[in-house]
Design a protein around this ligand. Sequence first.
Ligand SMILES: [Zn+2]
Length: 68
Amino acid sequence: MIADKIQYFENIKSEAQLEFLQAQNHCSLCGSALILEHEFDASKEWIWEKAHCPECQIRNRNRGYQLH
Ligand SMILES: [Zn+2]
């Protein structure tokens, strides 16, 4: 299954890239497209990426990335 959002990425040239995007953008339990959110912390030094599945009602990802 390929969700519409994957078509946003223009440089998918290999099966490995497609599999990676599929895993990143879809629920590992049911395969539904994840809802992604990005937000800064109060210091603006970190950005948090959160993902949840609208079907399973679970959080699939909560990662922080420090900005340089
Ligand atoms: Zn799910």
